[in-house]
Design a protein. Sequence first.
Length: 367
Amino acid sequence: MSLSRLTVTAVRNLHAVTLSPSPRINILFGANGSGKTSVLEAIHLLGLARSFRSVRLQPVIQHETSACTVFGQVELGGGARSQLGVTRERQGDFQIRIDGRNVRSAAELAETLPLQLINPDSFRLLEGAPKLRRQFLDWGVFHVEPRFLSAWVRLQKALRQRNSWLRHGTLDGASQAAWDRELCLASDEIDAYRREYIQALKPVFEQTLRELLELEGLTLSYYRGWDKEKPLSDVLAASLLRDQQLGHTQAGPQRADLRLRLAHHNAAEILSRGQQKLVVCALRIAQGHLVSQAKRGQCIYLVDDLPSELDEHHRRALCRLLDELNCQVFITCVDHDLLKEGWRDETPVSMFHVEHGRITPHPVHQE
Ligand SMILES: Nc1ncnc2c1ncn2[C@@H]1O[C@H](COP(=O)(O)OP(=O)(O)OP(=O)(O)O)[C@@H](O)[C@H]1O
Ligand SMILES: [Mg+2]
């Protein structure tokens, strides 16, 4: 899968533009503040209906304009294609369209346009809150296991019900027991999907990491969110009083985490910035491999400021791995000389110069 056309209107400082990206490597280069990250942000908006830079979408809309729009044509493989459009009005109205239909849920967009983002904030995947790692994990499970989404929706509903009961106690015991059974069933299902996914991810991650970094002894493990020896129903029963005091459910898949450890320490506390970036890249590239193997096809990589924090050796190793993924990749950098070389001869590489919000194609092999 790849974006064969991208039209961006009124996103940040970008002038209205239509691009025909390469199905493989796309390099956006230009000075600080020229609009490179904004292009990635526009693609992110198209795939997830949200930004990765700000929680709200208001700041993404160009000053003095009433709405921003991103339109994309996605090649799905075998000649099939899909047209996606996302519009966000300053007043707050949101419109998502897939092949002419209005769509309410961003999950449908995510299914059509699976994105992997690697940016200077990515190290937060290691040192940030467990929620970030759960999102990472669930992104992968969502794309390889079609039954995951409905189990996840069931879990959220049962959990909301239980938390409300813990706080207000409005439901009778028998009805709440039925909700608890539903909660445990959905939890076991989600745990099984996540566990299976991690089992598949681990060897691919380890192999990818070996190709990027000499780092012995880094381990990736999965914590399911409650004692692995006990059924969730027992854990919930044992912690009922405390849950009531706190007003929410402490144990369950909503507390799952991924643990990356090195020599008995949390990896984030030991690794250098560059090493952290490479570990996150290895995780995201490993995910890309698993999604490519699954029926739904490949994902698209957005790599913001690829060269930062990497020496030449590691930069080349990362480019080689991105090249071998056979996915579409959008890379930003300030100095394009750093990324001009090193791609396989058969890999189509396109370059775009971004200057004060204007994007122009740039020849790759001649200056
Ligand atoms: N809502 C907006 N409307 C117009 N311009 C905006 C808006 N939000 C941000 N900008 C400007 O748009 C530009 C966006 O820059 P962006 O972050 O995409 O640059 P960049 O090329 O990635 O730079 P760097 O190399 O520093 O990362 C900045 O100059 C910023 O001041
Ligand atoms: Mg930037």
